[in-house]
Structures are given as structure tokens and as C-alpha cells.
Design a protein around this ligand. Structure first.
Ligand SMILES: NC(=O)c1ccc[n+]([C@@H]2O[C@H](COP(=O)([O-])OP(=O)(O)OC[C@H]3O[C@@H](n4cnc5c(N)ncnc54)[C@H](O)[C@@H]3O)[C@@H](O)[C@H]2O)c1
Length: 295
């Protein structure tokens, strides 16, 4: 491999996942289960411990339910290294998946430092849902090796991975990222162009917007909208049930962040969602959202 080449899928042996939170912990285990030597990196030992405990609980349950063998799980644990030594891990990494906090400043400085530390062939991907990689690529000297690789929560279960190139991303980077997602047992979706929200979340937002519009106009109760989504469209849950699951606070704050970026009043949170947010009705996590979960 010459220094300027991009790692091909077969040359990816070691994967680094940055950030051991909700997404990073499971993405790292997906990589380890798929046979990659994997470093899961965080700045806090406590986050790594939480990741270890959370993953152990989930995988033990998978073994008990016969979804995975104990042997498969033990081998994956042996391939997974949990560490705060980012620099040592980055130096050996063929592919980085960044899943740190959703903060442009943090991501830019991380990518700039990773660019210095990682071998020249290494692809630097971000799992960000809202920050397109063109905003991060400029912090590196390898924008052609930067893209979004967007997993869904829970990453151990959800099959979709969106591969999103920025205008400078090379075809080789897209090919390796897509092949890596496939090697991880996922069904990658390849976008040709960068667009905020990518594909799945745009579809979800369109459905949610229409559902809220029908409800706000007093045309139909929200429970009946959920029923129609399930019984006519075959969705596993309706848009209001899904908002409660994701968290009304998350739904509200994502729209607010979007408004702050676009300045477009159409991006503002829906008034009914705002009302629930201000009343502290965050959905399942608070016992009350659109529905009540107190019983
Ligand atoms: N939560 C979701 O449902 C979801 C789904 C898809 C994509 N994403 C994206 O994944 C990313 C992570 O989201 P999350 O929900 O897992 O966040 P989280 O808050 O659960 O975890 C973030 C982790 O990053 C760590 N971290 C912060 N700065 C760091 C640094 N400089 N180096 C290493 N680690 C650092 C934190 O300690 C924390 O453990 C975000 O970009 C988000 O947009 C989230």
C-alpha cells in the first residue's frame, strides 16, 4: 500500500471507534463481532466502564435467547480493546468511526488531530446524524478520505447504515466504507450527494410533520394516526409512539438546533411538541409524553 492510497475493504484490519456512548459502544461491538480488531476510545474511564457493562448485559441476553453463541461473544470481547489512549490506537487504525458528542468544534479538532495521528491510508468517518462531513473534512488534509457513516440506534440490531460522501469524498472511500458496512452484516444505503438528515431521518421527519399537521388541525386524534400508520402502512409503531420512545426533548431540541442553523421558521419545533417539552413530558423516560406510561 503506498502512502496516498485509500485503505480498501480487505486492507481494513483495525477499526477505531471514538466515543463510547449510546452509539459508539455498540458500533465497536458490531465491528468486533464481524472479526475486526477494534479499539473503543473515550476520554472518560467511567464511560468505558458503562459501555463494558451495557454491552455485557445485552450480549448475555442475546446468548440466553439463542441469538448468538457464547463462543462468538467471547471471541468478539477478545478483539475489543477499551481505552482512553486515543493516540496509540489511532496510529494503528485503518478505519476510524467517530461517534463522539454532537458538537462541531469537538469533531473538527478530533478530525484534525486524527489526521496527524492516523496512517495516510486511513479513512476518517463520522457517525453524526446532523453534521455533514464537508463541515469536518476541512479540518483535515485528507478530505477525500472523510465521509459520514451513519448507524442507527441500537446499532447492534439496526441493519441500515447510510454512507454519505461530501463533495470531496473519493469513490474509493465510498467503496471501502460501503464494503465495511456489509462486512459488519449491515445493509448500507449509498447517497450520491450530501443532504442534511440523509435519507431515513428525512422520511421520518416528513411522516412526523404530516402526522402533527393532521393532529394540530383537529382532523384526527393522535392515537388514530398511530393506528393508521400501523394497520395501513405496516409500521411497527406510529409517529406519536415513536416520538415518546425517542424522547420529546430529543425531538424538540433537534428542531431547535436546525432552526438555529437555518434561521427558517419552518424548522421551528412544532407547537404541540413544544408544549409537551415545556411541561416536562419527555415521553417514556419521564412516564408521560403523548401517552401515559405510569401504569
Ligand atoms: N443517539 C442516537 O440515537 C444516534 C443515532 C445515530 C447517530 N448518532 C450520532 O452519534 C454521535 C454520538 O451520539 P451518542 O448518542 O452516542 O452520544 P453520547 O453522548 O451517548 O456519547 C458520546 C461519547 O463521546 C465521548 N466523547 C466526548 N468527547 C470526546 C473526545 N474528544 N474523544 C473521545 N470521546 C469523546 C463522551 O465521553 C461520550 O461517552 C453523535 O454525532 C450523534 O449525532 C446518534
Amino acid at each position: 500500500m503506498t502512502e496516498t492510497q485509500t485503505a480498501t475493504a480487505s486492507e481494513v484490519n483495525r477499526v477505531s471507534v471514538i466515543g463510547a456512548g449510546t452509539m459508539g459502544a455498540q458500533i465497536a461491538m458490531v465491528a468486533a463481532l464481524a472479526g475486526f480488531s477494534t479499539d473503543l476510545i473515550d476520554i472518560q474511564d467511567q464511560q468505558l466502564e458503562q459501555a463494558r457493562t451495557g454491552l455485557a448485559k445485552r450480549l448475555d441476553r442475546d446468548v440466553q435467547k439463542g441469538r448468538r453463541s457464547q463462543d462468538e461473544v467471547d471471541t468478539a470481547w477478545a478483539r475489543l480493546n477499551l481505552t482512553t489512549d486515543r493516540d496509540a490506537a489511532a496510529k494503528q487504525s485503518d478505519f476510524v468511526i467517530e461517534a463522539a458528542v454532537e458538537d462541531l468544534g469537538i469533531k473538527k479538532s478530533l478530525f484534525s488531530e486524527l489526521d496527524e495521528l492516523c496512517p495516510p491510508h486511513t479513512i476518517l468517518a463520522t457517525n453524526s446524524s446532523n453534521i455533514v462531513s464537508s463541515r469536518i473534512a476541512e479540518a483535515t488534509n485528507r478530505p477525500e478520505k472523510v465521509c459520514n457513516m451513519h448507524f442507527f440506534n441500537p446499532a447492534l440490531v439496526m441493519k441500515c447504515v447510510e454512507v454519505v460522501p461530501n463533495p470531496q469524498t473519493s469513490a474509493e472511500t465510498v467503496a471501502t466504507t460501503t464494503a465495511l458496512a456489509e462486512a459488519m452484516g449491515k445493509d448500507p444505503v449509498q447517497l450520491h450527494k450530501e443532504v442534511p438528515g440523509f435519507v431515513a431521518n428525512r422520511l421520518l421527519n416528513a411522516l412526523r410533520k404530516e402526522a402533527l399537521d393532521l393532529y394540530n388541525k383537529g382532523i384526527v386524534d393522535f392515537q388514530d394516526i398511530d393506528t393508521a400508520a400501523k394497520t395501513a402502512l405496516g409500521h411497527p409503531m406510529g409517529p406519536f409512539e415513536l416520538m415518546d420512545l425517542v424522547g420529546i426533548d430529543v425531538v424538540y431540541l433537534i428542531r431547535l438546533a436546525e432552526y438555529e442553523q437555518t434561521g427558517d421558521p419552518a424548522s421551528l419545533p412544532d407547537p404541540a411538541v413544544k408544549e409537551l417539552y415545556e411541561a416536562g413530558r419527555y415521553g417514556r423516560k419521564s412516564g408521560h409524553g403523548w401517552y401515559s406510561y405510569e401504569s
